[in-house]
Design a protein around this ligand. Structure first.
Ligand SMILES: [Fe+2]
Ligand SMILES: [Fe+2]
Ligand SMILES: [Fe+2]
Ligand SMILES: [Fe+2]
Length: 325
């Protein structure tokens, strides 16, 4: 093989995947937190600020999705090089105000640029021009993110912590309730990482699996089908993550940022489906429990939100179920 692939090289690329997952989650959760920050503003500032908040929010959401696409394209490349793409992420740091989001964004993007420069050098040493091209494109995009965050850093910081005691209606939002809601956050993060990774691995298996006519109509098609069916599903999981974390932030809680349980990729399309089927089953059970708890506490908004989400998880479950038998 013309390209020199070492375990160290795959590790280096997986380091990039860890970064991309981290910032994707970081920006999506910050976007989810903006609604809360907006409501804390003084009334006389609200018109002016709303424009700023909307602009930053839109930017965070867009790049959050873009970073997950970066993660996916690097995972894809790792599979093509014969490696196993990681499901780990560096820990996202969320912050509590727009200017803090921006400062954290600057740090994250600068770290990415340093790592990607190192990767670009390694691609030359290894004769891996395809990966080089990929990282040149990503590098350019990260640089754009950095500049944008630098603009926002200079925005005034008006986050004011609320003081005083909790109003009566908020007493149902106890720590154990937040812990329960955060299990949902962790489970959505697990699903996003697991499905994104499998989506790329299945796309790779599809190309690799073309050996006998029988495989063309069976395994090969299955890999293709699995890759295609995962994409709309993980987009929905990202939407769930945003909704649930936005709710937690609004209630003055903090969202967790790591997956739980840890994502499991599997080796074959059949493994993927079995793991995903089980994951959806677990999510449905957890969300039913949350609905029950929300009902008990009179938290109608959270209850309705999870009723909508659990309907989609059921659809996911049945989608995987069709393939599992
Ligand atoms: Fe990125
Ligand atoms: Fe970026
Ligand atoms: Fe979900
Ligand atoms: Fe799901």
């Amino acid at each position: 093989m013309a390209v020199k692939i070492t375990p160290e090289y795959i590790d280096l690329l997986n380091g990039a995947v860890e970064r991309e997952i981290q910032v994707s989650l970081q920006y999506l959760l910050q976007h989810a937190k903006i609604e809360k920050l907006m409501r804390k503003k003084l009334p006389e500032n609200i018109l002016l600020d709303k424009t700023t908040y909307d602009a930053v929010g839109k930017f965070l959401r867009e790049i959050g999705i873009m970073e997950m696409k970066h993660a996916a394209s690097i995972m894809e490349r790792i599979y093509y090089l014969g490696g196993q793409a990681t499901t780990m992420a560096k820990k996202p740091v969320i912050g509590g105000s727009l200017s803090e989001f921006a400062r954290l964004g600057v740090v994250a993007e600068e770290e990415a640029l340093v790592l990607y420069r190192q990767i670009l050098e390694a691609t030359i040493e290894n004769g891996d021009y395809e990966t080089r091209e990929l990282f040149e494109k990503i590098y350019g995009e990260e640089e754009g993110h950095l500049f944008k965050f630098q603009e926002y850093v200079h925005m005034q910081d008006e986050s004011q912590e609320e003081t005083g005691k909790l109003s009566e209606w908020r007493k149902v939002f106890t720590d154990d309730y937040f812990a329960l809601l955060n299990k949902a956050v962790a489970s959505e993060i697990m699903a996003i990482i697991q499905y994104t990774n499998q989506h790329e691995k299945a796309a790779y298996l599809k190309l690799r699996g073309r050996e006998t006519p029988l495989e063309v109509v069976t395994d090969n098609n299955k890999a293709k089908a699995v890759s295609e069916l995962l994409k709309p599903i993980f987009m929905q999981e990202m939407d769930h993550l945003e909704k649930i974390s936005e709710r937690i932030y609004l209630l003055e809680g903090e969202a967790v940022v790591m997956p739980d349980p840890l994502p499991k990729v599997g080796d074959t399309p059949d493994d993927f489906l079995a793991l995903d089927h089980a994951a959806e089953n677990d999510a449905i059970l957890l969300y039913r429990k949350i609905i029950e708890e929300a009902m008990k506490r009179g938290d109608t908004i959270t209850r309705r939100m999870f009723e909508d989400i659990v309907m989609q998880e059921e659809q996911h479950y049945w989608t995987f179920d069709d393939y599992v038998r």
